[in-house]
Ligand binder design. Structure first.
Ligand SMILES: [Zn+2]
Ligand SMILES: [Zn+2]
Length: 92
């Protein structure tokens, strides 16, 4: 079980950050066994960076024929929807 800590230091920027009771509860409830290595800010930055770096795959929509790109490698290229059709199929 993780305990709240006041002074964890960030692996990336070296800043000290607090791991409070709420976070400890959250981590424990998810079965995580390690304290976070990065401060809040670096985590946010990292996530944004990762999202930006996600590989985009060019696809042709199987429904409307539009060219688009998706942030993953489709398992079935012949059966992939553009963003718009994907939205619409979800809203139905
Ligand atoms: Zn940091
Ligand atoms: Zn489409």
């Amino acid at each position: 079980m993780l305990e709240p800590k006041e002074n964890l230091s960030c692996r990336d920027c070296g800043a000290l950050f607090e791991f409070d009771q709420g976070q400890a509860d959250y981590f424990n409830s998810r079965g995580l066994e390690h304290y976070p290595a990065r401060c809040e800010q670096c985590r946010v930055d990292n996530k944004a960076k990762r999202n930006a770096e996600r590989t985009m795959t060019a696809i042709v929509c199987s429904r409307c024929g539009a060219e688009d790109s998706v942030p993953f490698v489709p398992r079935d290229y012949g059966n992939v929807l553009c963003r718009q059709c994907h939205q619409e199929s979800k809203n139905r």
